[in-house]
Design a protein around this ligand. Structure first.
Ligand code: ME8
Length: 456
């Protein structure tokens, strides 16, 4: 059986999940469910990124020990996934023992490859994104992403020879247009790689909530090396399951962490002598009132609250339909309600309701025998094929648009054959119409299933 491995980023459970987290999981879930429908053996991973200074500080603020804190917070992320009907195969937590073992193993391999050395790090660090910056990258002395004041780190550290892999990474990106998508994000990475690539500081000594380096217990591993390794832990690196699923088919991530995935992760994989991911797809941000949702900046929409207010399938539909995949898109409850009423209820719901109630009332709830409309059948075949092709290309928004066009076509068909009138004089003709309409509902249910699993 053909395999397919898709991952989302693993979220920081420093505060409760926001709608951006929900969005990423839903997009990945649509792709995972689509691949299962196609007959693939799918591994779909998500989870929480639980180590590092940011989490340690959040735990201190909450008056809890880090482990107790992440146990509680991580459960909120898992609950969100369950509420949203995310069909993950693995919810990985980086504080789990299985992960720590894999990370230690990975570190030893990097060390054996001669890619780890001891040095001294001095420079800016943003704890919010757990990222080392160069002075030039700062904007008015602030983190370019969070616009917050950075901290200064000055300590003995271990380094990873990332510089060594720059050319190979650039070759892989340039030689394979599919590797990083969309193209605008790919170009950003290529541009950044035209600058010299520095080695990466990969250990800290001024806090202890992390995985100890096997070669020096005073140091904890840099949280991004720990977090990125989750993609290997989840498939049991280096066991048979890993052989089956690596290289990953799609890492789905947001635009703020493209560098970490495209460059840091790729260089770690090259050092481990492993193939690079087949695709890193970078989605945009869900914005609210013109700004990026952000826990740290207090711009939060509680997705759990939304799942209590609106049907989950409708929320899934809205996010995919409204936000063009790969670009930023705005959330507002008003546009959510408009799409629900004008598209889901008026187009899709209306068609399905008309066909099913007519079948119930006039044909005793059984699909009537009749003549297949060959022209319509061919058209549906072509449209469903188009949806499949769009989904294969990860064009989830366009695929959903096409599916809604099929629902629109259904209404048109029902309207044009007027079964409620025809049945008075020609029940056979009405049966033909209903048979073809029920078939159309079937095509809708199959194509929509990855998007709206409960309704379908
Ligand atoms: O970055 N809209 O965790 P995180 C859409 N732990 N997506 C958004 C978003 C928004 N407004 N805000 C964030 C981390 N995201 C790391 C990842 S992976 C080995 C480690 C996305 O909780 C963000 O881009 O800050 C990322 O893909 C995911 O949510 C988790 O973000």
């Amino acid at each position: 059986m053909k395999t397919f491995f898709i991952s989302t980023a693993i979220d920081y459970p420093s505060t409760a999940p926001h709608l951006g987290h929900a969005y990423e999981k839903i997009c990945a879930d649509v792709i995972a469910r689509f691949k299962r429908l196609q007959g693939f053996d799918v591994h779909f991973s998500t989870g929480t990124d639980e180590h590092g200074l940011k989490i340690q500080r959040s735990a201190e603020k909450a008056g809890k020990r880090p482990k107790e804190f992440v146990d509680f917070m991580s459960s909120k992320f898992r609950k969100l996934c369950d509420e949203l009907k995310i069909s993950y195969d693995d919810f990985i937590r980086t504080s789990e023992e299985r992960h720590q073992k894999v990370v230690q193993f990975i570190f030893k391999k990097l060390h054996q490859a001669g890619d780890i050395y001891k040095g001294f790090y001095e420079g800016p660090y943003c704890t919010e994104c757990e990222t080392f910056y160069s002075e030039e990258e700062l904007v008015d002395g602030n983190c370019p992403v969070h616009k917050k004041r950075v901290e200064r780190v000055e300590e003995e550290s271990y380094f990873f020879r990332m510089s060594k892999y720059k050319d190979k990474i650039l070759d892989s990106i340039e030689g394979n247009p599919d590797f990083i998508q969309p193209e605008s994000r790919r170009n950003e990475i290529i541009n950044r790689l035209s600058e010299p690539l520095k080695d990466l500081c990969i250990s800290r000594t001024d806090f202890d909530w992390g995985i100890q380096l096997p070669i020096d217990k005073k140091h904890v591993l840099y949280v991004w090396v720990d977090a990125l390794s989750n993609y290997l832990t989840t498939i049991g690196y280096p066991t048979d399951k890993f052989q089956k699923f690596w290289p990953v088919d799609v890492h789905l991530i947001g635009k703020d962490i493209s560098w970490h995935h495209c460059v840091i992760w790729s260089s770690l994989l090259l050092s481990l002598d492993l193939p690079l991911p087949k695709k890193i797809f970078i989605h945009g941000f869900v914005t609210y009132k013109g700004e990026k949702l952000s826990k740290s900046r207090g711009l939060v929409i509680d997705p759990i609250h939304l799942t209590k207010t609106y049907p989950v399938d409708a929320l899934r539909y809205f996010l995919i339909r409204e936000i063009s995949f790969g670009q930023d898109g705005a959330f507002s409850e008003e546009s959510l309600r408009i799409r629900l009423n004008d598209e889901l209820a008026d187009v899709f719901g209306n068609f399905v309701h008309r066909v099913l109630t007519f079948t119930r009332d006039r044909f005793g709830g059984k699909v009537p025998d009749g003549k297949i409309d060959k022209k319509l059948e061919a058209e549906l075949h072509e449209r469903a094929g188009k949806v499949e092709k769009l989904l294969e290309e990860l064009k989830v928004t366009q695929a959903l648009e096409e599916i809604m066009a099929i629902a629109g076509r259904g209404n048109e068909y029902f309207q044009s054959c007027r079964p409620w009138e025809v049945i008075k004089t020609d029940s056979k003709k009405a049966a033909d119409c209903l048979l073809n309409c029920v078939n159309l509902v079937k095509v809708l249910c199959i194509t929509l299933k990855p998007f709206m699993p409960s309704v379908c």
